[in-house]
Ligand binder design. Structure first.
Ligand code: SF4
Length: 426
C-alpha cells in the first residue's frame, strides 16, 4: 500500500476504551537513563528513597559502572521528620557533588514519590541553588515520580522544565523536539540541510552552551509522541507545533519530512532528490526484516506512548494486523496524523486495568505481544511471543537508516521462536 493513499477510514474518530485500574508501567525516573547519555554536561539528582535508587540501578544495568551522571539523595527518616533540615542537607549534598564534578553544567533535581508526598519544595531548592552556583551551573527541577509520570513522561517533564529558561529569538527557525541518539539526530539534520533547511535547533541540546532559543517565529516538530507538556510549554513561548506522523519506517519518515518541507517551502524536485535514495534503502530493509511479520497479529500493552505510531508502521509497512493498541495517554493533537493512517479495526485503549487487558490478550492469542518486562516472561510461559517495549526507547529506531532495524526488533522474537521450535524438533 502506498503512503499517498490513506485508509478509507482511519482511527482518528474511533472509540477509545478508557481504562482505570492496576498499572504495570515504569515511573518517569527511567527517562534519566537515556537523557543523561544525551545531555553530556547534565547531572540528574533524584531526591527519593532506596526504592528509587534500586530502580535506577536495575534499569541502568551495566551502565552504573561507567561513572554515570545520575544519582539519588536518599531521604532518611530524620528528613521526613523535619523538612527544613532536608532542604539544608540537599544544599550540602549538591555543593559536595558540584565540587567533585566540575564538568557538570546543568543539574536536574528530580522529584520522586517520597519527595512529593512529604511536599519537599524542589522548585524553590532549584531556584536557590541556581543563585548559589550560577553562572557555571544551572539547576532545574522536574518530577519523575510514579504518582505523576509514566515512563517516557519523565523525558517530557524534563524538557518542559527547560523551555521557560530558553533565550528568546525572533528568528524563523525549526526546532526538533525529543532526545534522539546522536547518530539519528545527525541523519535528520543532514536530510534537512540537503533540502536547504539550515536554521534548525534541537531540544535537548547535547551541551548546555549549544545554541537553542525559542520565539514567535519558531516552528517545532516532535520526534517523539510523548511530549505533551513540552508542546504546551513551547506554545506558551509563542512557538507553533507542526503536526505530522512520527518518523518511524520509510513511510513515516517521508511523511514527517514532507510536513517540514511544506512548511519551509521546499519544492517537490528537491524533496524527491534528497529522499529518493534513502527511501529506497529503507523500503528494501523493511521488506526484508518484515518477511516474518506479514500476516501476523500484534497486541500492544500501554507503555511508552510510542504504541500508536508503531502500530501504524507495523500495519502499513510490515503487513501486520493490530488487535489492540493500548497507550498510557492518547493526545490526539500529537498522534492524530498517525491515527488517520491507522486503518480502523484495532481496539484503541487508553490507561490500564492490567487484569482485564490480560484477559483480552489471552482471548485474542496474538502472534506478537508488545509489553513491559514485568509481563513478558509470564506471557512467554503461556506460549505467547513477546517484544519488550523498553527496547524501543533505548534503541535507535527513527528515520530511514534505522527503519530495517525497527522492523527487525519485532521480527526477532518470532524468528527466535521458530528457531527454538526447530531445535526442539531435531
Ligand atoms: S519515584 Fe516512586 S515509583 Fe519511581 S522508583 Fe521512586 S518510589 Fe518507585
Amino acid at each position: 500500500m502506498s503512503f499517498d493513499t490513506p485508509p478509507a477510514a482511519g482511527c482518528r474518530d474511533a472509540p477509545i476504551l478508557k481504562q482505570r485500574g492496576q498499572h504495570e508501567v515504569f515511573c518517569g525516573l527511567t527517562g534519566i537513563i537515556w537523557l543523561h547519555r544525551k545531555m553530556q554536561d547534565a547531572f540528574f539528582l533524584v531526591v527519593g528513597s532506596r526504592t528509587c535508587a534500586h530502580l535506577l540501578q536495575s534499569a541502568a544495568g551495566v551502565m552504573i559502572f561507567a561513572e554515570p551522571r545520575f544519582g539519588t539523595v536518599i531521604l532518611e527518616e530524620t528528613d521526613l521528620a523535619g523538612l527544613a533540615d532536608a532542604q539544608d542537607e540537599l544544599e550540602r549534598e549538591v555543593a559536595r557533588l558540584l565540587t567533585r564534578r566540575p564538568d557538570i553544567r546543568q543539574l536536574f533535581l528530580v522529584g520522586s514519590c517520597p519527595s512529593e508526598v512529604i511536599k519537599l519544595d524542589l522548585a524553590r531548592a532549584a531556584e536557590r541553588l541556581t543563585l548559589t552556583h550560577s553562572p557555571h551551573v544551572r539547576v532545574l527541577n522536574y518530577s519523575g515520580s510514579g504518582i505523576e509520570t509514566t515512563f517516557t513522561q519523565g523525558e517530557d517533564a524534563c524538557l518542559a522544565s527547560m523551555v521557560p529558561t530558553l533565550p528568546e529569538t525572533d528568528a524563523r527557525q525549526l526546532m526538533l523536539v525529543g532526545a534522539l541518539p546522536d547518530v539519528v539526530e545527525d541523519q535528520a539534520l543532514e536530510l534537512l540541510a540537503q533540502m536547504g533547511i539550515e536554521a534548525v535547533c534541537v531540544l535537548p541540546t547535547r551541551r548546555r552552551d549549544d545554541p537553542l532559543s525559542v520565539g514567535p517565529n519558531t516552528v517545532f516538530a516532535l520526534t517523539q509522541p510523548f511530549l505533551g507538556d513540552t508542546l504546551t510549554a513551547l506554545e506558551r513561548r509563542g512557538a507553533r507545533h507542526l503536526p505530522a506522523p512520527f518518523p518511524f519506517g520509510e513511510q513515516g519518515t517521508t511523511a514527517w519530512l514532507r510536513a517540514v518541507a511544506d512548511e519551509f517551502g521546499v519544492d517537490d524536485a528537491t524533496f524527491e532528490r534528497v529522499t529518493a535514495a534513502p527511501r529506497t534503502r529503507a523500503a528494501r530493509a523493511v521488506t526484508q526484516a518484515a518477511e516474518t511479520l506479514a500476516g501476523k497479529s500484534v497486541f500492544f500493552f500501554p507503555d511508552s506512548q510510542l504504541e500508536i505510531p508503531l502500530a501504524r508502521f507495523l500495519t502499513r509497512e510490515c503487513g501486520m494486523t493490530a488487535i489492540e493498541v493500548g497507550a498510557p495517554f492518547i493526545h490526539k493533537s500529537i498522534v492524530g496524523p498517525d491515527l488517520e493512517l491507522l486503518e480502523t479495526g484495532p481496539q484503541l485503549a487508553e490507561g490500564q486495568d492490567v487484569d482485564c487487558q490480560l484477559d483480552r490478550c489471552r482471548a485474542a492469542r496474538p502472534d506478537l505481544t508488545v509489553c513491559g518486562l514485568g509481563l513478558a516472561n509470564p506471557l512467554e510461559a503461556e506460549g505467547l511471543a513477546t517484544k519488550w517495549a523498553i527496547e524501543l526507547v533505548f534503541t535507535p529506531v527513527h528515520f530511514y537508516e534505522q527503519a530495517g532495524d525497527l522492523a527487525g526488533l519485532f521480527s526477532r522474537p518470532l524468528r527466535r521462536r521458530a528457531a527454538l521450535r526447530l531445535e526442539a524438533a531435531e
